[in-house]
Ligand binder design. Structure first.
Ligand code: DAH
Length: 313
């Protein structure tokens, strides 16, 4: 048996020999069964033989396994000099990138992020925002109405209402998301994005509004931004302003803002004699276009990877 073990040429052959020796009907198994009837001397002999055989099997097994590994290594190898596979790195879409930046800035100024539905009811999109039924903003030309009277939200201002209804005042919130209007050209898309801010407390003034807008724009564009405000009209603010930003030697219209109209506060069961504050809203696509030097808003939504790659991302 010892020679057979030593000469085994494969693991399979060794396994057969092993079971012939130590299996249920194996020769060694039979000898071990008779141990009780043997003298001390004979028992020691059997034990020694048992140990020797087990040692031989172990040794042969290791030898055969190593041989198998070596054979494999000799035929199969990894060519470390081959070129690796080029993995294309994805990048954030310019809108996602600017969304993250704007959110981080507003959060650092204490504004909390709120979201609201894109299919809005009349109350949140218009009525609670002091936009009576005859207001031109409700014109079918501008808004996508659903058969049941709901509307694809035309402005993120609807989220102000939801936030005030839910947590009351004082409140410092912002919303950022998709809005929808029936318009389409190089600077308008039927689906676009807005960012909205609201700050209501007991001592909030127009100066806070101006400082907030200036800080937000300066941080976003990473330079000192000059802004100016012009009187304007929005149903939900009084006084209302539009704000412009100095860009090179031009003034660019950025968005609308104002002190929240008492009727809006009343819609949300807030006492306007006690609380007041500001709100602002502007196009987030526009911000991204300016920051990253893009000139056609429609490109944002085409999903054309070649354009996205060439737009500096
Ligand atoms: N919702 C306005 C728009 O879509 C923008 C706006 C103006 C938002 C004034 C405001 C605001 O919160 O106070 O044109």
């Amino acid at each position: 048996m010892k020679d057979k073990i030593k000469n085994a040429s494969s693991i399979e052959e060794l396994q057969v020999l092993y079971s012939d020796t130590f299996g249920k009907n194996g020769t060694m198994t039979a000898k071990l069964k008779t141990m009780a009837t043997l003298s001390n001397e004979e028992r020691a002999k059997v034990n020694a033989e048992n140990a020797e055989l087990r040692g031989l099997f172990k040794e042969k097994q290791t030898e055969l396994e190593n041989a198998a590994i070596n054979a494999k290594l000799a035929t199969e190898y990894v060519d470390v000099t081959l070129d690796g596979e080029q993995i294309a790195h994805g990048t954030l879409h310019p809108l996602t990138q600017s969304l993250k930046e704007l959110s981080a800035i507003l959060e650092s100024m204490g504004f909390g992020l709120w979201t609201g539905p894109e299919i809005e009811d009349d109350w949140h999109n218009f009525t609670a925002l002091n936009t009576p039924e005859y207001h031109p903003a409700r014109d079918m030309q501008d808004s996508f109405f659903m058969e049941n009277g709901n509307v694809m939200r035309t402005q993120t201002s609807s989220v102000q209402i939801r936030a005030m209804e839910q947590v009351g005042v004082p409140i410092k919130m912002f919303a950022i998301g998709s809005t929808y209007r029936k318009e389409m050209d190089a600077t308008h898309s039927p689906m676009f994005h807005q960012i909205e801010g609201l700050y209501i407390d007991k001592n909030v003034t127009m100066s806070d509004l101006i400082a907030t807008l200036r800080t937000l724009l300066s941080k976003f564009f990473e330079r000192d931004i000059e802004i100016r405000i012009r009187p304007s009209y929005f149903p939900f603010t009084e006084p209302s302003v539009e704000f412009d930003m100095k860009w090179g030697d031009k003034w660019l219209e950025m968005g609308g803002a104002g002190m929240v109209h008492p009727n809006v506060l009343k819609s949300c069961k807030i006492n306007p004699d006690e609380y007041q504050g500001f709100a602002f809203g502007f196009g987030w696509d526009r911000m991204a276009m300016l920051k990253y030097g893009l000139n056609d808003i429609r490109k944002f939504y085409d999903g054309d990877i070649r354009w996205l790659k060439n737009s500096g991302f």
